[in-house]
Design a protein around this ligand. Structure first.
Ligand SMILES: [Zn+2]
Length: 385
Protein backbone atom coordinates (compact mmCIF):
# COMPACT_ATOMS: atom_id res chain seq x y z
CA UNK A 1 0.00 0.00 0.00
CA UNK A 2 1.35 3.42 -0.97
CA UNK A 3 0.87 6.22 1.55
CA UNK A 4 -1.28 9.08 0.22
CA UNK A 5 1.55 11.65 0.36
CA UNK A 6 3.75 9.44 -1.88
CA UNK A 7 1.15 8.94 -4.61
CA UNK A 8 2.09 10.51 -7.94
CA UNK A 9 -0.27 10.79 -10.91
CA UNK A 10 0.64 9.01 -14.12
CA UNK A 11 1.78 11.21 -16.99
CA UNK A 12 -0.93 13.48 -18.37
CA UNK A 13 -3.36 12.35 -15.62
CA UNK A 14 -5.24 15.27 -14.12
CA UNK A 15 -5.46 15.61 -10.35
CA UNK A 16 -8.09 17.37 -8.32
CA UNK A 17 -7.56 18.37 -4.71
CA UNK A 18 -10.86 18.05 -2.84
CA UNK A 19 -9.47 19.76 0.24
CA UNK A 20 -10.17 18.49 3.74
CA UNK A 21 -12.64 15.67 3.16
CA UNK A 22 -13.34 12.08 4.07
CA UNK A 23 -13.30 10.03 0.88
CA UNK A 24 -15.43 6.95 1.26
CA UNK A 25 -17.08 4.38 -1.01
CA UNK A 26 -20.34 5.49 -2.62
CA UNK A 27 -23.31 4.29 -0.58
CA UNK A 28 -25.32 1.25 -1.69
CA UNK A 29 -29.04 1.74 -1.12
CA UNK A 30 -30.40 -1.80 -1.09
CA UNK A 31 -34.10 -0.91 -1.32
CA UNK A 32 -35.96 2.02 -2.81
CA UNK A 33 -39.03 3.00 -4.83
CA UNK A 34 -37.77 5.98 -6.82
CA UNK A 35 -41.06 6.44 -8.62
CA UNK A 36 -42.92 7.19 -5.35
CA UNK A 37 -40.62 10.15 -4.51
CA UNK A 38 -43.27 12.77 -5.25
CA UNK A 39 -45.62 11.08 -2.76
CA UNK A 40 -43.42 12.52 0.02
CA UNK A 41 -45.58 13.75 2.87
CA UNK A 42 -48.85 12.64 1.18
CA UNK A 43 -49.82 10.02 3.74
CA UNK A 44 -49.61 10.54 7.48
CA UNK A 45 -48.66 7.36 9.36
CA UNK A 46 -51.64 4.96 9.19
CA UNK A 47 -53.23 2.92 11.99
CA UNK A 48 -52.51 -0.31 10.22
CA UNK A 49 -50.45 -1.50 7.26
CA UNK A 50 -53.53 -2.45 5.23
CA UNK A 51 -54.89 1.11 5.68
CA UNK A 52 -51.68 2.37 4.06
CA UNK A 53 -52.01 -0.06 1.13
CA UNK A 54 -55.55 1.24 0.54
CA UNK A 55 -54.32 4.88 0.60
CA UNK A 56 -51.44 4.42 -1.81
CA UNK A 57 -53.49 2.25 -4.19
CA UNK A 58 -56.15 4.98 -4.39
CA UNK A 59 -53.51 7.71 -4.83
CA UNK A 60 -51.76 5.84 -7.66
CA UNK A 61 -54.88 5.75 -9.84
CA UNK A 62 -54.53 9.52 -10.33
CA UNK A 63 -50.91 9.29 -11.52
CA UNK A 64 -49.89 9.44 -15.17
CA UNK A 65 -46.82 8.01 -16.90
CA UNK A 66 -45.11 11.41 -16.76
CA UNK A 67 -45.89 11.77 -13.03
CA UNK A 68 -44.02 8.52 -12.42
CA UNK A 69 -41.10 9.54 -14.66
CA UNK A 70 -40.71 12.94 -12.99
CA UNK A 71 -40.94 11.39 -9.55
CA UNK A 72 -38.37 8.67 -10.41
CA UNK A 73 -35.86 11.24 -11.65
CA UNK A 74 -36.34 13.52 -8.66
CA UNK A 75 -35.65 10.52 -6.42
CA UNK A 76 -32.47 9.65 -8.34
CA UNK A 77 -31.29 13.24 -7.98
CA UNK A 78 -31.93 13.21 -4.20
CA UNK A 79 -29.98 9.97 -3.83
CA UNK A 80 -26.99 11.29 -5.78
CA UNK A 81 -26.86 14.49 -3.70
CA UNK A 82 -26.89 12.46 -0.48
CA UNK A 83 -24.16 10.00 -1.40
CA UNK A 84 -25.88 6.95 -2.89
CA UNK A 85 -24.05 5.71 -5.97
CA UNK A 86 -25.88 2.38 -6.39
CA UNK A 87 -29.57 1.73 -5.76
CA UNK A 88 -31.69 -1.42 -5.80
CA UNK A 89 -34.97 0.02 -6.99
CA UNK A 90 -38.43 -1.49 -7.33
CA UNK A 91 -40.15 -0.58 -10.59
CA UNK A 92 -43.92 -0.53 -10.91
CA UNK A 93 -43.66 1.23 -14.30
CA UNK A 94 -41.01 -0.75 -16.21
CA UNK A 95 -41.93 1.16 -19.37
CA UNK A 96 -39.96 4.10 -17.93
CA UNK A 97 -36.81 2.08 -18.59
CA UNK A 98 -34.36 2.62 -20.19
CA UNK A 99 -35.11 6.39 -20.66
CA UNK A 100 -34.83 7.17 -16.95
CA UNK A 101 -31.64 5.11 -16.69
CA UNK A 102 -30.08 7.25 -19.41
CA UNK A 103 -31.09 10.44 -17.63
CA UNK A 104 -29.02 9.80 -14.47
CA UNK A 105 -25.43 8.73 -13.71
CA UNK A 106 -26.76 6.68 -10.74
CA UNK A 107 -26.04 2.91 -10.90
CA UNK A 108 -29.48 1.29 -10.83
CA UNK A 109 -30.58 -2.29 -10.27
CA UNK A 110 -34.21 -2.14 -11.39
CA UNK A 111 -36.31 -4.92 -9.86
CA UNK A 112 -39.54 -5.29 -11.84
CA UNK A 113 -42.43 -5.59 -9.42
CA UNK A 114 -44.80 -8.52 -9.98
CA UNK A 115 -48.11 -9.07 -8.15
CA UNK A 116 -51.09 -10.73 -9.82
CA UNK A 117 -53.73 -11.11 -7.11
CA UNK A 118 -56.04 -8.34 -8.28
CA UNK A 119 -55.41 -8.85 -11.99
CA UNK A 120 -55.87 -12.64 -11.61
CA UNK A 121 -53.19 -13.23 -14.21
CA UNK A 122 -51.49 -16.61 -14.36
CA UNK A 123 -48.04 -16.55 -12.66
CA UNK A 124 -46.43 -18.04 -15.82
CA UNK A 125 -47.82 -15.18 -17.88
CA UNK A 126 -46.65 -12.50 -15.41
CA UNK A 127 -43.18 -14.01 -15.31
CA UNK A 128 -42.90 -14.44 -19.08
CA UNK A 129 -43.72 -10.77 -19.62
CA UNK A 130 -41.18 -9.60 -17.01
CA UNK A 131 -38.41 -11.83 -18.39
CA UNK A 132 -39.08 -10.55 -21.92
CA UNK A 133 -38.78 -7.01 -20.63
CA UNK A 134 -35.48 -7.85 -18.88
CA UNK A 135 -34.09 -9.49 -22.00
CA UNK A 136 -35.02 -6.47 -24.10
CA UNK A 137 -33.14 -4.03 -21.85
CA UNK A 138 -29.43 -3.61 -22.40
CA UNK A 139 -27.40 -0.97 -20.62
CA UNK A 140 -23.67 -0.60 -19.92
CA UNK A 141 -24.18 0.16 -16.21
CA UNK A 142 -27.67 -0.90 -15.15
CA UNK A 143 -29.68 -4.11 -15.00
CA UNK A 144 -33.30 -5.15 -14.72
CA UNK A 145 -34.24 -8.06 -12.45
CA UNK A 146 -37.25 -9.76 -10.86
CA UNK A 147 -39.19 -8.86 -7.73
CA UNK A 148 -42.34 -10.69 -6.71
CA UNK A 149 -43.87 -7.95 -4.52
CA UNK A 150 -44.58 -9.86 -1.28
CA UNK A 151 -45.92 -13.23 -0.13
CA UNK A 152 -49.42 -11.80 0.45
CA UNK A 153 -49.68 -10.08 -2.95
CA UNK A 154 -48.47 -13.00 -5.07
CA UNK A 155 -49.34 -16.65 -5.55
CA UNK A 156 -46.79 -19.26 -4.44
CA UNK A 157 -46.24 -20.41 -8.02
CA UNK A 158 -44.86 -16.97 -8.94
CA UNK A 159 -42.29 -17.28 -6.14
CA UNK A 160 -41.20 -20.73 -7.36
CA UNK A 161 -40.92 -19.60 -10.98
CA UNK A 162 -38.94 -16.50 -9.95
CA UNK A 163 -36.61 -18.62 -7.81
CA UNK A 164 -36.00 -21.05 -10.66
CA UNK A 165 -35.19 -18.52 -13.36
CA UNK A 166 -33.22 -16.16 -11.08
CA UNK A 167 -31.00 -19.01 -9.91
CA UNK A 168 -30.52 -20.32 -13.43
CA UNK A 169 -29.61 -16.91 -14.84
CA UNK A 170 -27.65 -15.79 -11.75
CA UNK A 171 -29.92 -12.81 -11.16
CA UNK A 172 -30.35 -11.15 -7.78
CA UNK A 173 -34.07 -11.18 -6.82
CA UNK A 174 -35.85 -9.14 -4.20
CA UNK A 175 -39.10 -9.47 -2.25
CA UNK A 176 -40.77 -7.61 0.63
CA UNK A 177 -41.26 -10.12 3.44
CA UNK A 178 -42.61 -10.16 7.01
CA UNK A 179 -43.01 -6.40 6.82
CA UNK A 180 -46.06 -6.07 9.09
CA UNK A 181 -47.60 -7.92 12.02
CA UNK A 182 -50.69 -8.41 9.85
CA UNK A 183 -48.70 -10.25 7.18
CA UNK A 184 -47.04 -12.30 9.90
CA UNK A 185 -50.33 -13.47 11.42
CA UNK A 186 -51.84 -14.03 7.96
CA UNK A 187 -49.20 -16.65 7.16
CA UNK A 188 -48.60 -18.02 10.64
CA UNK A 189 -52.21 -18.34 11.81
CA UNK A 190 -54.38 -17.80 8.68
CA UNK A 191 -56.23 -14.95 10.36
CA UNK A 192 -56.19 -11.20 10.97
CA UNK A 193 -57.05 -8.03 9.09
CA UNK A 194 -54.80 -8.61 6.06
CA UNK A 195 -55.89 -12.24 5.74
CA UNK A 196 -59.60 -11.36 5.84
CA UNK A 197 -59.24 -8.35 3.54
CA UNK A 198 -57.43 -10.40 0.88
CA UNK A 199 -59.91 -13.24 1.27
CA UNK A 200 -62.76 -10.80 0.60
CA UNK A 201 -60.84 -9.84 -2.54
CA UNK A 202 -60.82 -13.49 -3.61
CA UNK A 203 -57.20 -14.32 -2.85
CA UNK A 204 -56.82 -18.09 -2.49
CA UNK A 205 -55.50 -18.10 1.08
CA UNK A 206 -54.82 -21.84 1.22
CA UNK A 207 -51.07 -21.02 1.41
CA UNK A 208 -51.65 -19.46 4.86
CA UNK A 209 -51.48 -21.18 8.24
CA UNK A 210 -48.39 -23.23 7.44
CA UNK A 211 -45.67 -21.08 9.06
CA UNK A 212 -44.13 -17.61 8.99
CA UNK A 213 -43.68 -15.50 5.83
CA UNK A 214 -39.97 -16.44 5.83
CA UNK A 215 -40.90 -20.14 6.07
CA UNK A 216 -43.32 -19.51 3.17
CA UNK A 217 -40.39 -18.27 1.04
CA UNK A 218 -38.35 -21.32 2.05
CA UNK A 219 -41.21 -23.65 1.07
CA UNK A 220 -41.32 -21.97 -2.33
CA UNK A 221 -37.51 -22.06 -2.80
CA UNK A 222 -37.22 -18.25 -2.78
CA UNK A 223 -34.38 -18.09 -0.25
CA UNK A 224 -30.80 -18.08 -1.43
CA UNK A 225 -27.65 -16.05 -1.79
CA UNK A 226 -29.18 -14.18 -4.71
CA UNK A 227 -32.25 -13.09 -2.68
CA UNK A 228 -32.73 -9.72 -0.94
CA UNK A 229 -35.44 -10.13 1.72
CA UNK A 230 -36.77 -6.64 2.34
CA UNK A 231 -37.83 -5.60 5.88
CA UNK A 232 -38.13 -8.91 7.84
CA UNK A 233 -39.63 -7.00 10.77
CA UNK A 234 -41.29 -10.08 12.30
CA UNK A 235 -39.33 -13.24 13.01
CA UNK A 236 -40.70 -16.61 14.07
CA UNK A 237 -38.49 -19.06 15.90
CA UNK A 238 -36.06 -20.56 13.41
CA UNK A 239 -36.45 -17.79 10.81
CA UNK A 240 -33.06 -16.15 11.49
CA UNK A 241 -31.33 -19.54 11.13
CA UNK A 242 -33.31 -20.30 7.98
CA UNK A 243 -32.23 -17.00 6.40
CA UNK A 244 -28.60 -17.49 7.44
CA UNK A 245 -28.47 -21.10 6.29
CA UNK A 246 -29.73 -20.04 2.87
CA UNK A 247 -27.36 -17.02 2.77
CA UNK A 248 -30.34 -14.72 2.15
CA UNK A 249 -29.65 -10.99 2.60
CA UNK A 250 -31.94 -8.84 4.74
CA UNK A 251 -32.57 -5.17 3.97
CA UNK A 252 -33.56 -2.92 6.86
CA UNK A 253 -35.19 0.46 6.14
CA UNK A 254 -35.05 2.43 9.43
CA UNK A 255 -37.28 5.41 8.52
CA UNK A 256 -39.97 3.25 6.92
CA UNK A 257 -39.80 0.98 9.99
CA UNK A 258 -40.31 4.01 12.22
CA UNK A 259 -43.18 5.35 10.07
CA UNK A 260 -45.23 2.17 10.59
CA UNK A 261 -44.08 1.63 14.18
CA UNK A 262 -43.32 -2.01 13.43
CA UNK A 263 -42.06 -4.29 16.22
CA UNK A 264 -38.38 -3.69 17.04
CA UNK A 265 -36.10 -4.75 14.17
CA UNK A 266 -34.20 -7.82 15.36
CA UNK A 267 -30.81 -6.76 14.05
CA UNK A 268 -28.77 -8.42 16.78
CA UNK A 269 -30.61 -11.73 16.41
CA UNK A 270 -30.17 -11.76 12.64
CA UNK A 271 -26.52 -10.70 12.88
CA UNK A 272 -25.81 -13.37 15.52
CA UNK A 273 -27.26 -16.00 13.17
CA UNK A 274 -24.85 -14.75 10.47
CA UNK A 275 -27.28 -12.93 8.19
CA UNK A 276 -25.87 -10.20 5.92
CA UNK A 277 -27.88 -7.06 6.78
CA UNK A 278 -28.03 -4.11 4.37
CA UNK A 279 -29.68 -0.70 4.53
CA UNK A 280 -32.30 0.86 2.30
CA UNK A 281 -34.34 4.04 2.17
CA UNK A 282 -37.60 2.43 1.04
CA UNK A 283 -39.89 5.10 -0.46
CA UNK A 284 -40.89 8.59 0.62
CA UNK A 285 -44.49 7.34 0.75
CA UNK A 286 -43.42 5.65 4.00
CA UNK A 287 -41.15 8.32 5.48
CA UNK A 288 -42.31 10.84 8.10
CA UNK A 289 -42.18 14.56 7.55
CA UNK A 290 -39.67 16.33 9.75
CA UNK A 291 -41.50 19.39 11.06
CA UNK A 292 -43.12 20.98 8.04
CA UNK A 293 -40.46 19.73 5.65
CA UNK A 294 -41.11 17.00 3.14
CA UNK A 295 -38.60 14.19 3.60
CA UNK A 296 -35.95 13.41 0.96
CA UNK A 297 -34.31 10.12 0.06
CA UNK A 298 -31.11 10.05 2.10
CA UNK A 299 -29.15 7.02 3.29
CA UNK A 300 -27.32 9.16 5.88
CA UNK A 301 -30.68 9.89 7.53
CA UNK A 302 -31.32 6.12 7.60
CA UNK A 303 -27.91 5.47 9.20
CA UNK A 304 -28.51 8.14 11.86
CA UNK A 305 -31.93 6.75 12.75
CA UNK A 306 -30.52 3.24 13.06
CA UNK A 307 -27.79 4.54 15.38
CA UNK A 308 -30.46 6.24 17.54
CA UNK A 309 -32.78 3.25 17.59
CA UNK A 310 -30.15 0.57 18.25
CA UNK A 311 -27.42 1.57 20.69
CA UNK A 312 -25.76 -1.84 20.36
CA UNK A 313 -24.58 -1.26 16.80
CA UNK A 314 -21.28 0.50 16.11
CA UNK A 315 -20.81 3.30 13.55
CA UNK A 316 -18.40 1.02 11.65
CA UNK A 317 -21.06 -1.69 11.35
CA UNK A 318 -23.69 0.82 10.23
CA UNK A 319 -21.41 2.14 7.49
CA UNK A 320 -20.70 -1.42 6.42
CA UNK A 321 -24.44 -2.06 6.16
CA UNK A 322 -24.75 0.97 3.85
CA UNK A 323 -21.81 -0.02 1.64
CA UNK A 324 -20.10 -3.44 1.50
CA UNK A 325 -23.10 -5.45 2.73
CA UNK A 326 -25.31 -4.05 -0.02
CA UNK A 327 -22.58 -4.77 -2.55
CA UNK A 328 -22.53 -8.42 -1.46
CA UNK A 329 -26.30 -8.68 -1.77
CA UNK A 330 -26.16 -7.37 -5.34
CA UNK A 331 -23.31 -9.76 -6.20
CA UNK A 332 -20.87 -6.87 -6.67
CA UNK A 333 -18.60 -7.48 -3.68
CA UNK A 334 -15.17 -6.00 -4.41
CA UNK A 335 -16.62 -3.83 -7.19
CA UNK A 336 -18.76 -1.37 -5.24
CA UNK A 337 -19.19 -0.53 -1.54
CA UNK A 338 -15.44 -0.36 -0.95
CA UNK A 339 -12.43 1.51 -2.27
CA UNK A 340 -10.09 -1.22 -3.39
CA UNK A 341 -7.91 -2.30 -6.24
CA UNK A 342 -10.16 -3.29 -9.18
CA UNK A 343 -13.29 -1.77 -7.65
CA UNK A 344 -15.29 0.74 -9.68
CA UNK A 345 -14.34 4.35 -8.98
CA UNK A 346 -17.56 5.00 -7.02
CA UNK A 347 -16.65 7.37 -4.20
CA UNK A 348 -18.10 10.25 -2.22
CA UNK A 349 -16.50 13.07 -0.27
CA UNK A 350 -17.69 14.60 3.01
CA UNK A 351 -16.23 17.80 4.44
CA UNK A 352 -14.11 16.91 7.50
CA UNK A 353 -11.42 18.67 9.48
CA UNK A 354 -11.40 16.51 12.62
CA UNK A 355 -9.16 13.71 13.83
CA UNK A 356 -9.00 10.43 11.87
CA UNK A 357 -10.10 8.48 14.96
CA UNK A 358 -13.41 10.40 14.88
CA UNK A 359 -14.06 9.77 11.17
CA UNK A 360 -16.78 7.13 11.62
CA UNK A 361 -18.67 9.35 14.07
CA UNK A 362 -18.37 12.25 11.63
CA UNK A 363 -19.77 10.12 8.80
CA UNK A 364 -22.77 9.16 10.91
CA UNK A 365 -23.32 12.76 11.99
CA UNK A 366 -23.21 14.01 8.39
CA UNK A 367 -26.37 15.68 7.23
CA UNK A 368 -27.14 17.40 3.94
CA UNK A 369 -25.45 17.07 0.59
CA UNK A 370 -22.10 15.41 -0.06
CA UNK A 371 -19.16 17.58 -1.17
CA UNK A 372 -18.68 15.43 -4.28
CA UNK A 373 -19.68 12.09 -5.77
CA UNK A 374 -17.94 10.00 -8.39
CA UNK A 375 -19.50 7.07 -10.26
CA UNK A 376 -17.27 4.93 -12.47
CA UNK A 377 -14.69 7.69 -12.43
CA UNK A 378 -17.09 10.43 -13.58
CA UNK A 379 -18.44 13.24 -11.44
CA UNK A 380 -22.04 12.53 -10.48
CA UNK A 381 -21.93 15.47 -8.05
CA UNK A 382 -19.01 17.70 -9.09
CA UNK A 383 -17.00 19.43 -6.34
CA UNK A 384 -18.04 23.04 -5.87
CA UNK A 385 -14.72 24.85 -6.26
ZN1 LIG B 1 -40.52 -1.35 -0.52
Amino acid sequence: MTPWKDLRPHQREKTRDLGEVILLPGLVNAHCHLDYTDMAGEFSPPKTFTDWIASITAHKTGWSYSDYARSWLRGAHQLLKTGTTTVADIEVMPDLLPEVWDATPLRVFSFLEMTGIKSRRAPKEILREAVEMIDSLRHPRNRALLSPHAPYSTMPELLRLTARISQKRKWPASIHVAESVQEFEMFLHARGKMHDWLKRNDRDNSDCGHGSPVAHLARNQLLGENVLAIHVNCLARGDATLLAKNKTHVVHCPRSHDYFKHPKFERARLAAAGVNICLGTDSLATTRKVGKHKPELDLFAEMRLLADADQSVSPETILQMATANGARALDLAGKIGELAKNSFADAIALPFTGKIARAHDAILAHSGHVAASLIEGRWAVPPQS
